[in-house]
Design a protein around this ligand. Structure first.
Ligand code: HEM
Length: 193
C-alpha cells in the first residue's frame, strides 16, 4: 500500500496531519453493538470455552446442583428429576446429566455463533420462548442460573479462570440470559445498527 501520508507530509501538501485516518493500520471490522463483547473478548471466550465443552457433563451437573442448592423450589419444575432431593442423588442422575448437557449445549451454540449476531440472538430467543411451555416457569428464573453458571465455569477452569476471563464470562452470561428473557417475553428484537 502506498503511503500518501508520508508523501503528502514530505511535499507539504497535507495541511491536516491529524486527519491522516486513511493511513491508520487496518481498522477492525465494525462490531455489532447488540453483542456486548469486543472482537478480542469474543476470541478469548471461544478459546476458553473449549475447556468447558470438553467437560460439559461435569460442569453442567455442578451448575444444576448449585442452582437447586440455592433455589429448592425450582426442582419441582423438572418432571424428570423433581424427586432428586439430595445432592448425591442429583450428582449421580443420568436424567439430570442429560438435561444439563442440553442447557450447556445451548450456551455452546450461542458462543459458537457470536460472529453471526442474528443467528445467535434468534437461537437464544427461541430457547427462551420454548420455556413459556413449561408450567409454572417465570422469566425471572433465568437469572437464577447466572451465579451457578459462573461458579461451575470457575470450578472447571480453575487457574485458567483469570480476572479477565471472569469479567468476559459475566458479560456473556448476562447477554445470554437477557436474550432468553427477551424471547420468553416476546420483546421486540433490536435491529442491526
Ligand atoms: C442459561 C439459562 C438456561 C438455558 C440456556 C436453558 C436451556 C434449556 C434447553 C436447551 C432446554 C431443552 C428444551 C428446549 O430446547 O426447549 C431447557 C428445558 C427446560 N428448562 Fe431451561 N434453560 C435455562 C435456564 C433454566 C432455568 C433457570 C430453569 C429453572 C427452572 C429452567 C427450566 C427448564 C425446564 C423445566 C425445562 C424442561 C425440562 C424437561 O422436562 O425436559 N431452565 N432449557
Amino acid at each position: 500500500m502506498g503511503c500518501t501520508f508520508a508523501k503528502n507530509a514530505k511535499d507539504g501538501s497535507n495541511q491536516d496531519l491529524n486527519h491522516a485516518g486513511a493511513e491508520a493500520p487496518a481498522a477492525p471490522p465494525p462490531q455489532d453493538p447488540r453483542i456486548p463483547l469486543t472482537a478480542r473478548q469474543k476470541f478469548s471466550i471461544s478459546k476458553s470455552w473449549k475447556a468447558i465443552a470438553r467437560a460439559m457433563d461435569t460442569t453442567g451437573v455442578s451448575m444444576f446442583v448449585k442452582l437447586f442448592e440455592e433455589n429448592k423450589e425450582l426442582l419441582l419444575l423438572f418432571e424428570n428429576f423433581k424427586h432428586l432431593e439430595s445432592r448425591e442423588d442429583q450428582e449421580s442422575s443420568e436424567e439430570l446429566k442429560e438435561h444439563a448437557e442440553k442447557v450447556l449445549g445451548a450456551v455452546d451454540e450461542a458462543i459458537d455463533s457470536l460472529e453471526h449476531v442474528d443467528t445467535c440472538i434468534d437461537f437464544l430467543r427461541g430457547v427462551g420462548k420454548r420455556h413459556t411451555k413449561i408450567p409454572g416457569f417465570k422469566s425471572e428464573y433465568f437469572w437464577r442460573m447466572e451465579a451457578p453458571f459462573l461458579a461451575a465455569v470457575k470450578e472447571t477452569l480453575d487457574d485458567r479462570y483469570t480476572e479477565n476471563m471472569e469479567s468476559i464470562y459475566k458479560t456473556t452470561i448476562h447477554f445470554i440470559i437477557q436474550t432468553l428473557v427477551d424471547g420468553f417475553e416476546d420483546k421486540p428484537k433490536q435491529k442491526a445498527a
